[in-house]
Design a protein around this ligand. Structure first.
Ligand SMILES: [Zn+2]
Length: 382
């Protein structure tokens, strides 16, 4: 079972360490996990929520998990990345079907360890001067919050969308233009194209079975009424958000017990796409802040000093939780809730991207266009 935040995880190691570094690393992690009171299983069973999968740079070996809620951390040692770091490290995350990849590389007298996430985060922990206590505490802090977070994977589709909404509305048309605009601004593509490492079929499977790799980066939504909002669907081309029930969904609620997003669809749609994984986060923001009329999320960053100068609240989340988790939603929603004006906030999500709220979509893009929100492409990795 997946543990909730603050509760204990049960974990196992699978495979043999291929290098001394990996052996040393898992011993250190094991010790940390024990110190924090997590439960060790010598071999995985149905209760094991976290698997450390020991692989090599040469051969991928995905661990066959029985349940989507098992969190897989693959660990290997490789060469120091050349060029863009993601080009070296990200394929290992995909090929080993992992929720987190820890890539170790020796660089002179230092050990560099990259913590690579499906969202294409790749923060680095460095072992300097043999300071193991600091290194392993840091490593632990990058594993535990991720492994403890709860994914809102389920969608419950209700074929009750009124005909007049199924045709599309002024709001859904605004969403279409906003998606095109994000594309024109070059804010939708990913840093690296994962299609170059895996076939489209393999990618689809990864996404369907494991929610790994098929993330389409960025999403956008607009409030429909007090209770509901329109949001881009998952895995669709955001520059062409035309059809309701296919590219755009009406989100009408969240079932806390089932961890399910309630989506209202037109009767004629038989196999709907899921709504964007971040629907849980948007749902929290809209329900808490009546003044928020639109939200966009992109994998880029802002020049926060310049943006603050123009009177905007730029605030950051402190932990890098995975996309589509209750924790990322709560973290982001709390930053927005605590801002002087929740309807005009830029949130920098740690090692991930930005979330901007606005009174409506135009309000967001006007501020980007007139330079009061200063977008930069490079996401800070900390
Ligand atoms: Zn994202």
């Amino acid at each position: 079972m997946k543990s909730q935040k603050g509760t204990k995880l049960s974990y196992s190691f699978v495979g043999e360490p291929a290098t001394e570094t990996v052996r040393w690393f898992i011993e250190g992690v094991h010790k940390k996990m024990q110190e924090h009171g997590h439960e060790y299983h010598e071999s995985p069973n149905d209760e094991t929520g976290l698997i450390f999968n020991l692989v090599t740079a040469e051969t991928a070996r995905p661990y066959r998990r029985k349940s989507q809620s098992v969190f897989i951390v693959s660990i290997l040692e490789g060469k120091i990345p050349q060029g863009h770091i993601l080009e070296t490290v990200y394929p290992h995350l995909l090929k080993n079907i992992s929720n987190l990849l820890i890539y170790h590389a020796k660089n002179g007298g230092e050990l560099h360890s990259y913590f690579v996430t499906p969202e294409q985060g790749y923060p680095r922990v460095i072992l300097r001067d043999g300071n193991m206590e600091e290194y392993f505490e840091n490593a632990y802090e990058r594993i535990a919050p991720l492994a403890c977070s709860r994914f809102v994977i389920n969608n419950e589709f209700l074929p009750d969308l009124p005909d007049e909404l199924a045709e599309g509305t002024e709001k859904t048309r605004q969403l279409y233009y906003a998606g095109r605009k994000l594309d024109e601004m070059d804010l939708l593509p990913t840093v690296i194209k994962i299609e170059q490492f895996l076939s489209e079929d393999a990618l689809r499977q990864l996404w369907r079975l494991y929610r790994v790799g098929g993330l389409s980066y960025g999403n956008l939504s607009v409030r429909n009424d007090e209770q509901t909002f329109w949001m881009s669907a998952s895995g669709v081309d955001k520059s062409n958000l035309q059809k309701v029930g296919e590219h755009i969904h009406l989100v009408k609620g969240y079932d806390k017990k089932k961890y399910a997003i309630l989506v209202s669809i037109p009767k004629h749609i038989k196999r709907p796409n899921r709504v964007s994984v971040d629907a849980i986060e948007h749902w929290m923001i809209y329900t808490e802040n009546p003044g928020v009329g639109a939200i966009i999320h992109a994998h880029c960053w802002v020049d926060d000093a310049a943006t603050k100068l123009t009177g905007h609240t730029v605030a950051a989340t402190k932990t890098s939780y995975p996309c589509g988790t209750v924790e990322l939603g709560e973290d982001t929603a709390s930053v927005i809730r605590n801002a002087p004006d929740p309807s005009r906030v830029v949130v920098c999500q740690k090692n991930h991207g930005i979330v901007i709220t606005g009174k409506d979509l135009k309000d967001i893009f006007d501020r980007i266009d007139n330079g009061s929100i200063r977008i930069v492409k490079q996401i800070e990795m900390t």
